[in-house]
Design a binder for this molecule. Structure first.
Ligand code: 13P
Length: 278
């Protein structure tokens, strides 16, 4: 069954667990994310970023997720991750995505409110949920996303932002990075507490890869209901496929594709389990 984030995340924030939002780029990653969560019995958020439009179209992603949703028993949200283009958001909604993230984080505050509110009105008319971002994450290692300097979310601005835009979930910037960390992450849970005191919407933590478990759990206890994971799925799978290729055994591409699904599942299961064990 396909659902949107407004149907999934309020329960997570209330009961203090988080739902993993895992990035996909091809058939194998889509299958890995859905099967891993289905085996655990947890709802899944399949996230497709605007920057992977060179890999697949939104119609192709929807067709695969829709087909797989019919053979699993868990609720599935198909979410457009980090999108700055109005046209791409409309294309995803038309394709059947149940949720979109409009990323206006690089815009001046008032402009971010204005654009996000317009997109939320359009998306909500189609029963599609909206995530927005306030503040901006820095880029770590191995990320292929464009990430500049870290700008922490301002808690007072967050309250006004959600009231005026009517979004369903808010991504906050509190010290995690997109990609792997170069040193020890400096995650500021005190800012998160202040945001959570002002905003009772589900909050979203981007930059899940490599974030220490203890920090993840403190964030979930303080309002984070959705955590995005991308880079580690890619790094781990590449590393394991490299080992296979170096083992001396010959593989057919079809066999490597099945192995790829298994490696994606390992990472997804590690995080989905972590996000529940608070
Ligand atoms: P990581 O690549 O650091 O896991 O971040 C993923 C993310 O935030 C996608 O929106």
């Amino acid at each position: 069954m396909m659902v949107n984030l407004a149907q999934l995340l309020p329960d997570a924030r209330r009961k203090r667990y988080a739902i993993g939002s895992f990035n996909v780029y091809n058939y194998e990653t889509i299958r890995g994310v859905i099967e891993a969560n289905n085996e655990l019995g947890y709802p899944a958020i399949v996230a497709f970023g605007e920057n992977y439009l060179t890999n697949m179209t939104v119609d192709e992603v929807f067709a695969l997720v829709d087909a797989m949703s019919k053979r699993v028993k868990i609720p599935l949200a198909l979410h457009l991750d980090h999108c700055k283009s109005f046209d791409h958001i409309v294309q995803a909604i038309k394709a059947g995505f149940t949720s979109v993230m409009y990323d206006g984080s690089s815009l001046p505050f008032e402009e971010n409110i204005k654009q996000t509110a317009q997109i939320a009105a359009i998306a909500h008319a189609a029963n599609v949920s909206v995530e927005a971002e306030l503040g901006a994450l820095a880029g770590g290692e191995f990320s292929n996303e464009e990430s500049g300097e870290e700008i922490y979310t301002n808690p007072e601005q967050a309250a006004r932002f959600v009231a005026e835009t009517k979004v369903d979930a808010l991504a906050v910037s509190i010290g995690t990075v997109h990609g792997m960390y170069k040193g020890t992450p400096k995650v500021d849970v005190e800012i998160l507490k202040k945001i959570a005191a002002q905003v009772d919407l589900p909050l979203v933590l981007h930059g899940g890869s490599g974030t220490p478990e203890e920090i993840v759990k403190r964030c979930i206890r303080n309002g984070i209901a959705k955590i995005n994971v991308n880079t580690e799925i890619s790094l781990y799978t590449i590393e394991k496929v490299k080992e296979l290729l170096q083992s001396g055994k010959a593989y057919h591409l079809s066999q490597l594709a099945c192995k790829e699904v298994d490696y994606v599942k390992e990472v997804v299961k590690k995080y989905s389990t972590m996000f529940r064990a608070i």
